[in-house]
Design a protein around this ligand. Structure first.
Ligand code: AMP
Ligand code: GLY
Length: 430
């Protein structure tokens, strides 16, 4: 089959790379892609969030499947437009993707499905928000309702900072429409794990769990980011994939189906493994970034056949997923100043040294090709993934590979998978 991937980050690079290795795939296209994706897919310069433009491209190219990477195109209705045009698409409709694009909607679905989650308040009145801070107590958790690229969440023990977050969103309009409504919720204590599942709306295949590292700095310091690294498989503590299937994924899909919401794509549960069992922090409607970069390289099942089965409503017949037993560690290399004010345009050195290295993959995010070579072009620039016989070996290999790459102001964390590789249990990444 011929597959079009929508997006242009490291997650989409991992998708294009995985699809390109699938025996069922003749050609991979990507819109718009980036300098690294250009090595594994044919790029088309089309706006990924323009439903009509993506649909025209898919029809013009006659692709057999479209895989939507980021949340923006989902929320913009790209899957709806493709579905209307009869193009098989992996990615939920805009209304179904509200599970990610509205935290208040996700809370409401979880309540209807009986899925355990943090107690919460949501609304638009700053005084009510401050009352909710009192009700839940410290540490305070304040979230913009809508999409804010992982940056609309404040978790703090500092009351003044929590009130400032309420003020910034509801009074100053810092996050625009995304923050016109807020969620204030109870703080959940325990290790975090990302469990991604793929679904055709009825059947669910739960992928191996991953842990990502959201804070910008080593030691879980600094602001929340899109993610600074990941490893997989991560521990599920006292729960299991079949339990999560029965207690989280299947009930949510039943509630969505009862509301006539068509869900074909990734259902990603961000969980906290609390003393009272797993609780869902959030849902995402797409592969995690950087989780995809750690999870997909371990998948031995045919990725294209799997995603096509979801798109066609045929996941029930797909059979169990096959995994490489070796763990993977992904280290994100970011631009100086990320996440607030990343510098761009710096030449990247060392990429050639990693070419052809076994069990190492470099996925591009914010990169651009210029005459002189590849330069930085965004906050998160590269994801470096390595497999190893155990987590410690994968970690060593990933950092050894990352050490080969440099540019002015390169910023990374040095503790991705550190605690888990040392046998100190899962890392806490809040
Ligand atoms: P979210 O965008 O909802 O995933 O939140 C970003 C990060 O903030 C999460 O990965 C957690 O580390 C942290 N966080 C969010 N909500 C809570 C909560 N209720 N309790 C503890 N930590 C949280
Ligand atoms: N790594 C977190 C996310 O993709 O939302």
């Amino acid at each position: 089959m011929r597959v079009l991937v929508v997006g242009g980050g490291a997650r989409e690079h991992a998708l294009c790379w995985g699809l390109g290795r699938a025996v069922t795939v003749e050609e991979v296209l990507c819109a718009p892609g980036n300098a690294g994706i250009a090595r594994v897919a044919r790029l088309r310069a089309v706006d990924p969030s323009d439903p009509a433009a993506v649909t025209d491209l898919a029809v013009e190219e006659g692709v057999d499947l479209v895989v939507i990477g980021p949340e923006g195109p989902l929320a913009a209705g790209v899957a709806d437009a493709l579905g209307d045009a009869g193009v098989p698409v992996f990615g939920p409709t805009a209304r179904a993707a509200r599970l990610e694009s509205s935290k208040a909607f996700a809370k409401e679905v979880m309540a209807a499905a009986g899925v355990p989650t943090a107690d919460s308040w949501s609304g638009e009145d700053p005084r009510d928000a401050v009352a909710a801070l009192d009700r839940f107590g410290p540490p305070y958790v304040v979230k913009a309702d809508g999409l804010a690229a992982g940056k609309g969440v404040v978790v703090t023990a500092d009351r003044a900072e929590a009130e400032a977050a309420v003020h910034a969103a509801l009074v100053e309009g810092r996050f625009g429409d995304a923050g016109a409504r807020l969620v204030v919720e109870e703080f959940l204590e325990g290790p975090e794990v990302s469990v991604l599942a793929v679904t055709d709306g009825r059947s669910v295949a739960v992928l191996d769990p991953a842990q990502d590292f959201k804070r910008a700095l080593t030691g879980d310091k600094g602001p929340n980011t899109g993610g600074m690294g990941a490893y997989s498989p991560a521990s599920l503590g006292g729960t299991s994939a079949p339990d999560l299937h029965d207690q989280v994924f299947a009930p949510v899909l039943r509630v969505l189906a009862a509301r006539d919401l068509h869900y074909r794509g990734v259902l990603y549960a961000g969980l906290v493994l609390t003393a009272d069992g797993p609780k869902v922090l959030e849902f995402n409607a797409r592969f995690g970034d950087p989780e995809a970069q750690a999870v997909l390289p371990r998948l031995r099942s045919d990725l294209a056949a799997l995603l096509a089965a979801c798109a066609h409503g045929e996941l029930g017949g797909f059979g169990p997923l096959v995994w490489d037993p070796r763990p993977a560690v992904t280290v994100v290399l970011a631009a100086g100043g990320y996440p607030d004010d990343p510098r761009t345009g710096d030449p990247i050195a060392g990429l050639d040294r990693l070419e052809g290295q076994p069990d190492v993959a470099v996925f591009h995010a914010g990169t651009r090709r210029e005459e002189a070579g590849i330069v930085t072009a965004g906050g998160r620039v590269l994801s470096v993934t390595a497999l190893g016989d155990d987590l410690a070996a994968a970690r060593t290999a990933a950092y050894r590979a990352a050490d080969q790459i440099s540019w002015l102001g390169l910023h990374r964390r040095d503790d991705i998978a550190l605690a888990a590789a040392a046998g100190r249990g899962p890392d806490r990444s809040a």
